[in-house]
Design a binder for this molecule. Sequence first.
Ligand code: 5GP
Length: 179
Amino acid sequence: MHKDIDEILIPRAELEARVKALGEQISADYAGRTVTLVGVLKGCVLFMSDLAKCITVDTRMDFMMLSSYSGAHSTGVVRILLDLKESIEDCDVLIVEDIVDSGLTMEYMLQNLKTRRPRSVEICSLLEKPSRRKTTVPVKYSGFTIPDKFVVGYGLDYNGIYRNLPYIGVMKESAIERK
Ligand code: 5GP
């Protein structure tokens, strides 16, 4: 375990099993169609690459990068730093996100993508923190429900670090102060 991690909340094997199950569920739901995965950079990267390998229907991949306007906590005021490369008109879009916390980022994404006239838009999030939810965005595919703790690993960072950890972990308070 990394020296800055206090506790492993979701070990690697559990992530692998859950991602495989999500991939199977998505493959069944989108049978006969092409799914367009829209990853939200950078947090989606590890999750999306593993998930995509578990999807058996035809799959496109595109990415967006968003930035919250102010402070540590999401305000829902979002800036698009990198937009989709392709049109999603008439496509079955599945947004792939690392974590839905307040839900404000996903609410913005949903509204924004819906104006581009896709055939459908759904959300797939590896993690959800329901205790902090401020919106009713429907997360159709949800990996794990976690308590209100700041987690890193498997794509999630703290100050740009820890994304490569192969598990979801809770950081040590002492490490948060130092970094
Ligand atoms: P929301 O708009 O749902 O409040 O915020 C979602 C974003 O906040 C995520 O994409 C992620 O960047 C960040 N976030 C929320 N909770 C955590 C957490 O526990 N750990 C990390 N690393 N990022 C988080």
